[in-house]
Design a protein around this ligand. Structure first.
Ligand code: ATP
Length: 362
């Protein structure tokens, strides 16, 4: 295994009219599992393909360990990629699919190659599939084979391009756990691209959020969830999405209040001290931080219930505030649509973003 360093990586298409990746820098430590997430078209796959050597960067550099691999072909780089569509050879058996890369890139004897294939098959629990052809396998089995083929080569870096998105929800969860187990056992250095923020949060030592080819934030999932760097990250990470309300700050008699037509929020302490008065902000609060309240608590609102959505142990309550405002509450809280409901949130759960730039200010 090895570390991976990306410096100021850029990729343009169509003579520069499309900038798919825009000045991306990342340092990935040896044995670190980094997930890359962002909306469709944000440059995830292009980034991965540049690391793999399947796409040439317009500028910037890529290092694996101490080696500058920027100008190396895919074949020269010590990386293995796992694709969404498995990319198995249909006419080769599972064992041949798994051993093929070894035959091409090493001078191991047939016995040594077979030994490694058996080891990887055991790792992926697919020993009984070794003589089958891909056409005889289910989607989940194919993806196990594709993972086995990647680990058999023991590459310096693993690259995953949405490997689970063709699988059904249950199998996805199982395979997620399998990949995490592999990570624990083999301590692999990996870059894992997904559009699923939940997958990115649960699997990554660190998650990287991209938008329009640019890095928005990189950090431990919990840190990113609790301290989104900007409004975009706040809205992208977490489900259901963070609520946003435009508010104005005002200070009277030593108390700073954030207010909109629907909501008031009295601030105390450090947040208020740092906040310029008479300024406008976007207030963000996560649905899970909004709780039913009895009467006016100083931090909250009373609004009409629009929809109550049961999701098992919880209810999502859609309130008539701003564009959308959801409270995630216990399923025993069941207001009727049309009813008025008071909710509140803790000051410590608030996020404030600059109205113009979207950057977090508190
Ligand atoms: P998705 O989640 O939909 O797969 P992504 O985040 O992986 O999206 P990319 O596939 O990396 O995004 O694409 C980034 C941008 O580059 C998009 O605007 C895309 O249209 C553009 N792009 C990608 N490949 C090419 C190409 N070969 N020629 C021109 N434009 C391209």
């Amino acid at each position: 295994m090895a570390s991976l360093r990306i410096d100021n990586l850029r990729k343009e298409y169509d003579k520069g009219s499309i900038v798919a990746v825009d000045g991306l820098s990342l340092d990935i430590a040896d044995g670190e599992f980094v997930t890359v997430v962002g909306p469709s078209g944000c440059g995830k796959t292009t980034t991965l393909r540049m690391i793999a050597g399947l796409e040439r960067s317009t500028s910037g550099s890529i290092h694996i360990g101490d080696d500058d691999v920027t100008d190396q072909s895919a074949r020269e780089r010590d990386v293995a990629m796992v694709f969404q569509n498995y990319a198995l050879y249909p006419h080769k058996t599972v064992a041949q699919n798994m051993g093929f890369g070894l035959r091409m890139s090493t001078d191991l004897s047939k016995e040594e190659r077979d030994e490694k294939v058996r080891w990887a098959a055991e790792m992926m629990d697919i020993e009984e599939l070794l003589e089958k052809k891909p056409g005889e396998l289910s989607g989940g089995q194919k993806q196990r084979v594709a993972l086995g083929r990647a680990i058999v080569r023991e590459p310096a870096v693993f690259l995953f391009d949405e490997p689970l998105s063709n699988l059904d929800a249950k199998l996805r969860t199982t395979m997620r756990t399998e990949i995490q187990r592999l990570q624990n056992e083999l301590d692999i250095t990996a870059v894992y691209v997904t559009h699923d923020q939940e997958e990115a949060m649960t699997m990554g030592d660190r998650m990287v959020i991209l938008r329009d080819g640019r890095l928005q934030q990189a950090g431990a999932p919990k840190h990113v969830y609790e301290n989104p760097a900007n409004r975009f990250v706040g809205g992208f990470v977490g489900s259901p999405s963070m609520n946003f309300v435009d508010v104005t700050a005002s200070t009277t008699g030593g108390t700073t209040t954030l207010a909109s037509d629907d909501l008031t929020c009295e601030l105390s302490g450090a947040v208020a001290d740092d906040l310029p008065a008479d300024d406008e902000f976007v207030l963000g609060v996560r649905p899970e931080d909004v709780a039913p309240a009895s009467g006016d608590t100083g931090t909250g609102l009373t609004a009409t219930v629009e929809v109550v959505e049961p999701v098992g142990s919880d209810n999502y309550i859609y309130l008539d505030v701003a564009d959308q405002f959801i409270a995630r509450v216990d399923s025993t809280v069941e207001p009727a649509p049309g009813e008025s409901m008071a909710v509140a949130f803790d000051e410590s759960a608030l996020h404030l973003f600059d109205t113009d730039t979207g950057e977090a200010v508190a």
